[in-house]
Design a protein around this ligand. Sequence first.
Ligand code: ZN
Length: 635
Amino acid sequence: MRFPLLFFITVFTLQACQPSTQSVSEQTQAAADGADAEQVSNSDSFYYSNDYHSFANPEQVLVTHLDWDVTVDFDARKLQAVAHLQYEKVDPAATTLIVDTRALQVSKIEANDQQLDFTLAEPDENLGTALHISLPEQGSVVSIHYSTSPDASGVQWLTPEQTASKTSPFLFTQAQAIHARSFIPIQDSPGVRITYSATVRTPENLLAVMSARNEPDTARDGVYEFTMPQPIPSYLIALAVGNLEFKAMGERTGVYAEPPLLDAAAKEFEDTEAMLIATENKYGAYAWERYDLLILPPSFPFGGMENPRLSFITPTVIAGDKSLVALIAHELAHSWSGNTVTNATWRDLWLNEGFTTYLTYRIMEMIYGEDRYRMEAVLGMQDLQQDLQTLSAGDQIMAIDLRGRDADDVFSNIPYEKGALFLRDLEQTVGREAFDQFLLEYFDAFAFKSITTDQFLDYLQQTLAAQYPDKVDMQRIEQWILKPGLPANVPVVESDAFSSIDHQRQQFLQGEIRAADIKVGNWTYHQWNYFLRGLPESLSIDQMSALDSAFNLTQVSNNEIAHTWLLLAIQKQYQPAYERLYNYLTGIGRNKLVRPLYAELAKTEQGKAFAKRAFEEAKSGYHPLTIKANQDFVN
Ligand SMILES: [Zn+2]
């Protein structure tokens, strides 16, 4: 997923056991996470690990396949569904299957034409509700009949007015981290992998797409069949329904979007096929057949979501100049790291996002060259430094202790940028060629498995550390993963494209040159962002005004540059930008872009009143996650 979303909500924990493995880090790990020594049995088929964010009992009864029959009811804003769960008894004596739910109305549960007893436990604010199902003596499938709540945390229902084409309603799901349970009763842990099939019934004129095999030329008849033959964690199950059309970008790549966005999206992301080929040449064959993009309405709360075979993408990155396509490289990279090799619990997210962020940089370098890579790496380092200045010591640890916390608390630049920097450090230690070989073998060794930080450390010790005992320092590696901050002498990337910007910014600030004399030439998004981020607190309103007159920054169309400018405008209370600010906040629901603006506005009474007005108007179009992440700023 891209990009961080920070919630600060305290909740209960459960299940205080983690699988114990013989690891170099065992002691520190136990200290960091309170692990006891209880050994959890593993299924033959898929590895899983108990996690603190699921009520499920896969160590006793493991769900292996979902057959989902779902009717999309736009009027009632509900999914009416039957989830047929195929399971195997890991413990032959087990009599109960426990799955996760959140705000589901369960009407009946059946197996072998016979109704089963079930109980829904008391809801937990954070984790939802455990559903206990009494299993029959014989059989391997239970069928759960249920409907979702209109405000399900993982489903967004949009009216026609909230879409690009304005003609039809739109629905999309977002399951990461633990929101699959709000639309499917399931063992909602990334350590449990399942295959799935689905029948989706929609209004006849709409198209349904899923994180599964999609046929680009399927008939639009209101009934759509899907299969996902590879085992995936539940957070990668995804559905979208809307007035969607398809356009091919390459042999294996294409884009689904509402008609008004289709051509612009296909043009913006036309390098996707080249990215796919470059990545598989380096890190092994693409494992998922097709790679398509789905462009969502502007309310999508994230940059992108790596739903397998079909990444969900915010339209805010259609900039017209490919300046923001690192997002596509990122979601594509998840096809190797994250979707194929998955974090077993949310504590281990860095294994997913850190590797993906590292691969993103490498893909951008392969496709667009070293200069582009350097600029993106410097900006990424700035993001990391900012989080290191503001996050608590505990939250700066890559293998974060999430007990008692919302799973979404894991999202910050720590698993992403610190994770990537750690891998860059390893790369520099052993050399690029050896490190690429290591990655190739790592992705292969753990393909379609969910692994813990401990398992990664074991693997690293047996491979790179054994191969390069004089170079790879396991103590330093544990410092990276289990300690806050950064180790000494981390890799530093510099960009020539930025050094002249520093010089010109300085000249402007000291009054040596006028704003209009700053030689911006064909500055890209990266250069503008670097320039604006580097403006000091002492910047005057007159200087802002001069920059605005010279470069029309208040009206800039690139959403990232606009974000940085508007943040500055709030800090400086630069009134000419407030109308744009209002339109920005009410037109976009991507949390990374709106949240810092709401947070900054909330620092003054006047700003808070403004934020409140914008939030009230925008709310009906915001995703539940964006509402949750921002409502404290306006209350
Ligand atoms: Zn990601």
